[in-house]
Design a protein around this ligand. Structure first.
Ligand SMILES: [Zn+2]
Length: 360
């Protein structure tokens, strides 16, 4: 191939990472990006619920034993030392018998001597709800399941450290899932030029579960690629990274992010120009903000120009059209992928060798 032809081909294909596509970006697709946050290893446990479980008395009576119904639906109390769970010292998770919502980890169980299973902290923020109980001539804080309103017991202020609380539970209302493993993943959001390339880089980092391409940083709801490409939406091409924080830290991801770009280029990366290609590190809290700012401070002396990357609070992420997902993997022959994405990936990989998945 003569050089002129090659140059013409490159000019035609390298001005931006664009391809015409007609797949609509639906809000369902945008929501799909948020579905795989908590990975449930045990199917008996449901941490991903979004709606409460509401049933009539007759419906609860059908699925519960008389004892279970009396305790959970009529605010009953079981006899002390009657539940086998009182003496259960196995590792696992105590879930709501009625709806599978995780309530307590075995890690927070302690021997209160009362004869009722006792814990000092709930499993997570969506486990329990507290209400006032004035029955039996006492003022007590009643504990019920936040998902199905099942009565579970009461909470008192005489528990052990670190909370000082004693959740005194009716074992009848609980179900024990031995050796349950619930792994909570975290999410990070980055923008740095063409998302095809950035997605491919993060997909090869250890501890990264999934990466999807989309749009963030602007105001337009449910934007299309064409709208973002016009520059009027304020959005930038971005990738959402779901990762296991026990394997890779947010700081590591920030390092990958900066290795995958020229952080001094303003409103663009390589041959792609426009605010839709600007570089943004999004943070979820002050801790992540500090990690990003500290990292920028540590690398800025390596560059002759100022760091152009924006550091901003997390924004709504809109999933891009299907044909943009895994683009580098599906189109390795594309001239832009050949001449821009792959060299950029390789530069990033060389800088973060210690963070790559095995076999990379
Ligand atoms: Zn429940």
């Amino acid at each position: 191939m003569n050089n002129w032809l090659l140059i013409l081909m490159l000019l035609a294909n390298m001005s931006q990472c664009s391809e015409n596509g007609s797949a609509p970006n639906t809000s369902d697709a945008a929501m799909a990006a948020h579905e795989h946050f908590d990975e449930i290893v045990n199917s008996d446990i449901d941490t991903s619920w979004t709606e409460k479980v509401v049933k009539s008395k007759a419906e609860w009576k059908k699925i519960l034993t008389a004892d279970q119904y009396y305790i959970t639906r009529e605010q009953g109390t079981e006899r002390p030392f009657s539940s086998p769970l009182n003496d259960n010292h196995d590792k696992g998770v105590f879930i709501c018998l009625s709806c599978k919502n995780p309530l307590f980890s075995s890690e927070t169980k302690f021997n209160s001597g009362t004869g009722w299973p006792s814990f000092y902290a709930p499993f997570y923020s969506r486990s329990l709800q507290v209400s006032m109980d004035n029955s039996q001539g006492m003022v007590r804080d009643e504990i019920s399941c936040a998902r199905c309103d099942a009565h579970l017991g009461h909470v008192f202020n005489d528990g052990p450290k670190p909370t000082g609380l004693r959740y005194c539970m009716d074992g009848v209302a609980l179900q024990f899932v031995k050796n349950a493993v619930i792994q909570t993943n975290s999410k990070a959001l980055f923008a740095a030029g063409c998302f095809w390339c950035l997605e491919a880089v993060f997909e090869n980092i250890k501890g990264v579960k999934s990466v999807v391409s989309g749009y963030a940083g602007g105001t337009e709801k449910n934007p299309t690629y064409e709208q973002v490409g016009s520059g009027i939406t304020g959005h930038a091409e971005a990738v959402e990274v779901v990762y296991d924080p026990s394997q890779v830290s947010f700081k590591d991801l920030v390092r990958v992010f900066f290795a995958a770009q020229d952080p001094t280029q303003v409103n663009g990366q390589g041959p792609d120009h426009g605010t839709q290609y600007r570089t943004i590190a999004f943070y979820r809290n002050s801790e992540e903000k500090k990690i990003i700012e500290d990292y920028i401070a540590s690398i800025k002396s390596q560059y002759s120009k100022p760091i152009a990357a924006q550091v901003v609070p997390i924004a709504t992420f809109w999933l891009a059209e299907d044909y943009h997902q895994d683009y580098v993997k599906h189109h390795p022959e594309n001239p832009y992928v050949q001449h821009e994405s792959i060299p950029r990936m390789n530069r990033a990989f060389a800088a973060v060798k210690d963070l790559l998945k095995k076999g990379m």
